[in-house]
Every structure is written in C-alpha cells, then in structure tokens.
Ligand binder design. Structure first.
Ligand code: ADP
Ligand code: MG
Length: 226
C-alpha cells in the first residue's frame, strides 16, 4: 500500500535565548491510506511542530515530507498551499471558524475556494454537518454555538475537500471531559466514514487506544507505542 503521508529524517531546531534547541532529531513516519495514528508525547515534546511540518505549514531544517507520493521540500509556496488546501484537513485545539459566517458557510468555504459550485458545496456541507449531528445548527454563527459544536463544525470543515490526510492537534484539548468524548467520537466516525488517514496528537489514552496505532515523541525521536 502506498503512503499518503511519508515523513523521513525530519529535523527541526529552534533558537531559544541564543542557544539551539533540537526539537525533532530525525523523525520518520508513514501513514497508509485510511490509517489512523495517535501522536503522544509530553507538552513541549514537539507534537505541534511535527504536525506543522507534516502539513507543510513549516519547513524542517532537514528531511523530507511526501504527500500522496509527492516530495514537498522543493515546491514553491503556492504549490504547497494548493496541496494544503486540497489534500490535507486540519483540526486545531481552537476551532478558527470565521465569526461572521454561519456553520454552513464555514464548511462551504474551502470548497468554494477550491472552485466547487455553490450548489455542490451546499450539498456536501449539509451532509458533513449532518454527519457530526449539527443539521439543526446550519444557520448559527460560531458565537451562537457551544465549544463542542464549534469543534464539530471545524471537523466538518476539515473534511470539506475530501482530504486524504487529517492532521489534528489536540482537537479536544480545550473541552470538558464529556464534551471532548462526544467531539472525539464525531471526529473518529467522520474520519472512518470518509476513509481518510489521520495523525492525531492527543493526551487521551482512551482515544489513543481506539486508533490503529500510536507513536510517541520523546527527546526529539519518534517511537512506536504498544
Ligand atoms: P507540543 O505540541 O508537543 O507541546 P511544540 O511543538 O509546540 O510542542 O513545541 C516544542 C518545543 O519547541 C517547545 O519547547 C517550544 O517552546 C519550542 N518552539 C515551538 N515553536 C517555536 C518557535 N517558533 N520558536 C522557538 N521555539 C519554539
Ligand atoms: Mg502542541
């Protein structure tokens, strides 16, 4: 099976207080189509940094990221943007919904930017919102939604352009336990339903246990977790 995401030999060093801080020291990871992988590791271990690099939001100091078999390092920033827009879906700890647009419009937005017709975008956005249980909230603004509902809209939006890969950075880290559980269920159900691969940074052991496999980030290195 071919990898939808292949990270190889990735290194990332930040400078803090004038001194180099090696956060990723040769990280390699492959995700096959539809595979769901948990990314564990203590706060500050570099999970977000790795997700940013995997999502072509940041460049590593060394190493390569291939998305659907295509090496990214030498691509122009426009080409990287197109890959991000069409092949990757992001879910963050904070939803980053556009406050002046309704739930439906927020989910439609990536499809309209990608050139899909209004009718098709509406149909798919309604289907995605229905999948996360928000049919009754289509016309609500983000400010009129609860934290868990906002996050479910963000999940629907991440799926809009049928990405092959979802990158989720502690997607329920900002929610109370019961809400987090409901949102995570919606996320996993949506990912499985769409057949998308996912790399999910999480502190939640139960969530981690429900994924296909997990890797742990420690001292800049990635190790499989049983
Ligand atoms: P995690 O998501 O696992 O909590 P992060 O990837 O956010 O970890 O951060 C890992 C380390 O890298 C932290 O020590 C953080 O302070 C540092 N770091 C992250 N981004 C930057 C940056 N842009 N400049 C300097 N240091 C950074
Ligand atoms: Mg983080």
């Amino acid at each position: 099976m071919s990898a939808v995401l292949a990270i190889s030999g990735v290194q990332r060093t930040f400078t803090q207080a004038g001194r180099p801080l090696e956060i990723l020291r040769g990280v390699s990871l492959s995700l096959n189509a539809g595979e769901m992988v948990g990314l564990l590791g203590p706060s500050g271990s570099g999970k977000s940094t790795l997700l940013h690099i995997a999502g072509l939001l940041e460049h590593p100091n060394a190493g390569e990221v291939e998305i659907n078999g295509r090496a990214s390092a030498s691509l122009s920033s426009h080409e990287r943007t197109l890959i991000r827009r069409n092949e990757i879906g992001f879910v963050y700890q904070f939803h980053h919904l556009l406050g002046e647009f309704t739930a439906l419009e927020n989910v439609m937005m990536p499809m309209r930017i990608a050139g899909l017709s209004k009718e098709k975008a509406i149909t798919r956005a309604k289907e995605l919102l229905n999948n996360v249980g928000l049919t009754e909230r289509e016309t609500h603004l983000p400010s009129q939604l609860s934290g868990g509902e906002q996050q479910r809209v963000a999940i629907a939006r991440a799926m809009a352009n049928k990405p092959k890969i979802i990158l989720a950075d502690e997607p329920t880290g900002n929610l109370d336990e019961a809400t987090a559980e409901r949102v995570m269920k919606a996320l996993l159900k949506t990912i499985r339903g769409e057949g998308t691969a996912a790399l999910i940074a999480t502190h939640n052991r139960e969530v981690a246990a429900s994924l296909d496999r997990c890797v742990g980030l420690h001292d800049g290195k990635l190790k499989p977790i049983k």
